[in-house]
Write a protein that binds this ligand. Structure first.
Ligand code: SF4
Ligand code: SF4
Length: 90
């Protein structure tokens, strides 16, 4: 992983219906995010407007360029980026 890739945190108290939103997912040029069912029930399609049924995760953080477009489009300010500390000199 590139040492300058930021850590991406999603506040799930704020982002409750990501499958219905997906704004960060659509805005992200390198497609860092994926949405998956948090309460999988085989053969049942979960209500995308019911809080907690889905979760969005920064699956491909190693592709993040820190452009912050996801932060700009999130309607509930659920995303924060943290730049990692530079590795100490050997
Ligand atoms: S900062 Fe840019 S590249 Fe990184 S996850 Fe957000 S939109 Fe994608
Ligand atoms: S833009 Fe914000 S509210 Fe919408 S799915 Fe992404 S993190 Fe959740």
């Amino acid at each position: 992983m590139n040492p300058v890739n930021p850590f991406i945190n999603i506040d799930r108290e704020r982002c409750t219906t990501p499958f219905d939103c997906k704004r960060c997912l659509r805005a992200c040029p390198p497609a860092v995010f994926v949405v998956f069912g948090a309460k999988m029930v085989k053969g049942v399609e979960l209500d995308k407007k019911a809080p907690g049924n889905y979760a969005i995760v920064p699956m491909y953080r190693d592709k993040c360029t820190a452009c912050r477009k996801c932060i700009e489009v999130c309607p509930v300010d659920a995303i924060t980026l943290t730049m990692p500390q530079e590795a100490p000199a050997p």
